[in-house]
Write a protein that binds this ligand. Structure first.
Ligand SMILES: CCCCCCCCCCCCCCCC(=O)SCCNC(=O)CCNC(=O)[C@H](O)C(C)(C)COP(=O)(O)OP(=O)(O)OC[C@H]1O[C@@H](n2cnc3c(N)ncnc32)[C@H](O)[C@@H]1OP(=O)(O)O
Length: 237
């Protein structure tokens, strides 16, 4: 989804306590994100590794004492907007989300980000799948912010040069053409030297099951509620 692009049709009963819960969820995700990074980079040996593993297992059990069965889907945030907190690119509750933070600009969106050791593909470089995932999310967000929140029908990615880990990167996405429920977008990742490391052309399509709920492309979720069983997307009142 698009992390707050759409106003939720569901009212929030107690925004203040939900905001406090969200802060705690975000803190946990950031702490676990540091754990993921440390797990990849540590040079500790046994018995330290055994000790940490046992402590992590205990913490996992604690969290699972109260957990839902399946994925999160879409939830209404304390700010009254629809958010996909589990999104691995920008979800507030997902420890592996870099996270990507988007700003609107003329014709699309811009995102600055940096990826660490947990995203390594070729030595010192971002794994190509994550390069494509960043482009997918940024271009998809540009489409959604134009009121056409589609699923990716294709994403043609060209890798021009290695995308280095630990550097400040910029990804831009723009809309090239809108044709009804289809939106054609393109974008690129640029390194600190101003060189394009990867670029993509993509088509996003609002699926049939979502069209009647959107009515016409508006940029707002309206009374959006996907039919049960037709998609994994499940808004939570
Ligand atoms: C509030 C509402 C929320 C809604 C939802 C939120 C999503 C908000 C996303 C934000 C940003 C996310 C960024 C990460 C994005 C992912 O990660 S999405 C996950 C990866 N993608 C998928 O899983 C998509 C899987 N594929 C599908 O679900 C379906 O094939 C599609 C793409 C939705 C299209 O199916 P459909 O809805 O049945 O559309 P259909 O009527 O068959 O085709 C419509 C038109 O598109 C054309 N077309 C279909 N597929 C293709 C294709 N691959 N190539 C070229 N043309 C095609 C058809 O020929 C047709 O053309 P016309 O005849 O109209 O000229």
């Amino acid at each position: 989804m698009t992390d707050g692009t759409f106003v939720s049709p569901y009212p929030v009963e107690d925004p203040q306590s939900l905001a406090e819960l969200e802060r705690a969820q975000g803190d946990l995700a950031r702490a676990v994100g540091r754990l993921v990074d440390a797990t990849v980079r540590t040079r500790q040996e046994r018995p330290v590794l055994d000790e940490v593993t046992a402590r992590v297992d205990t913490l996992v059990e604690r969290l699972l004492e109260q957990a839902q069965e399946g994925p999160l889907g879409i939830e209404t945030s304390s700010d009254g907007r629809l958010r996909d907190h589990a999104n691995p690119m920008l979800g507030m509750r997902n420890p592996i989300a870099p996270p990507l933070v988007m700003t609107d600009d003329e014709g699309g969106v811009t995102c600055t980000f940096s990826l660490g050791a947990a995203y390594e593909g070729p030595p010192g470089c971002v794994h190509g799948g994550f390069v494509a995932a960043v482009l997918d999310q940024v271009l998809g967000t540009a489409a959604a912010r134009r009121g056409v929140p589609g699923l990716t029908a294709y994403l043609n990615t060209t890798y021009r040069r290695p995308t280095l880990l630990g550097t400040d990167l910029v990804c831009r996405g723009r809309i090239d053409r809108v044709d009804g429920w289809k939106i054609f977008a393109s974008g690129e990742i640029v390194d600190p030297q101003g060189e394009v490391t990867a670029e993509a052309e993509a088509l996003f399509i609002v699926p049939r099951w979502a069209r009647e709920h959107l009515g016409t492309p508006t940029g707002d979720a309206g009374d959006f509620a996907p039919p049960a069983g037709e998609t994994g997307v499940s808004p939570t009142p």
